[in-house]
Ligand binder design. Sequence first.
Ligand SMILES: CC(C)(COP(=O)(O)OP(=O)(O)OC[C@H]1O[C@@H](n2cnc3c(N)ncnc32)[C@H](O)[C@@H]1OP(=O)(O)O)[C@@H](O)C(=O)NCCC(=O)NCCSC(=O)C[C@H](O)C(=O)O
Ligand SMILES: [Mg+2]
Length: 284
Amino acid sequence: MDSLARPYRSVLYIPGSKERALEKAQGLPTDAIIFDLEDAVAPEEKAAARALLAATLRTADYGRRARIVRVNGLDTDWGKADLAAFAHLPLDAILVPKVNSAADLDAVARLVPDQPLWAMMETARGMLNAAEIAAHPRLAGMVMGTNDLARELGSRNRADRLPMLPGLGLCLLAARAEGLVIVDGVYNAFKDEEGLRAECEQGRDMGFDGKTLIHPAQLEIANAGFAPSEAELTLARRQIEAFEVASAAGQGVAVLDGKIVENLHIVTAKAMLAKAEAIAAMAS
Ligand SMILES: CC(C)(COP(=O)(O)OP(=O)(O)OC[C@H]1O[C@@H](n2cnc3c(N)ncnc32)[C@H](O)[C@@H]1OP(=O)(O)O)[C@@H](O)C(=O)NCCC(=O)NCCSC(=O)C[C@H](O)C(=O)O
Ligand SMILES: [Mg+2]
């Protein structure tokens, strides 16, 4: 599946140390998986988790779900060995934690020349350098790390995420300027469905492709929140039809339900229909 057409509504973290969760994920309705070797794995479990994950990825069938491995940073005892273990496995990306600058990606890119890279955007410096990070030639996606960002900022957790908005906006702008995938941060209270639904709606309104998740119970809400609704799809089809009729009559603009429809709206409408098709393909 083409990476631009692939949906990323739900991106589930799985600790690389948890055998049962690694097995369970083969049947979960998630668009992508982040197999984590970083913060979800205790220092004493790092080496065993790396070996378990590499063996699992050689044999397990994760179907159409995107396979992304989050390694430890190169400034840790485990980063270099993590990259060596996953350099040649069939993955969709290596996710680099705590990226501060494009130079951080250069260092990883040299060690895994054949893998696309994704960047965790979760430091104050990373926010300020979002544009140069997004422009890195090997980068294909960004993931917001709102827990680490809140820690660095010293901000408080608020339902409206006011302290996060400058960073979220900067990274979105940078990702979209370079045509990258970008997914929102996690919602820690994994039993709070209403809170998660509200945060997915906020992320979708802002323009994120999807949300990172920590528990299977969060999948359904993210999948629904980041999929085009039936009303949006119906409007997209009607806009395309109205624009075709207007174009055939030699007009550059159509009017539908009292609103103008221009070519730029058709681009959005077609992208929405393509996304719906890609979502349907995930389920087939
Ligand atoms: C949060 C958890 C520790 C909860 O675990 P647990 O109490 O075991 O959950 P349940 O008993 O409710 O689990 C029910 C079944 O679901 C499976 N399960 C649980 N979590 C996952 C998962 N993430 N993926 C796949 N399957 C999962 C259990 O195995 C149970 O299966 P079964 O035996 O069939 O009943 C736990 O959910 C967890 O560890 N979550 C992931 C935490 C994680 O990865 N954290 C790091 C990423 S977040 C982060 O770092 C963000 C960023 O960097 C930032 O800065 O913001
Ligand atoms: Mg983090």
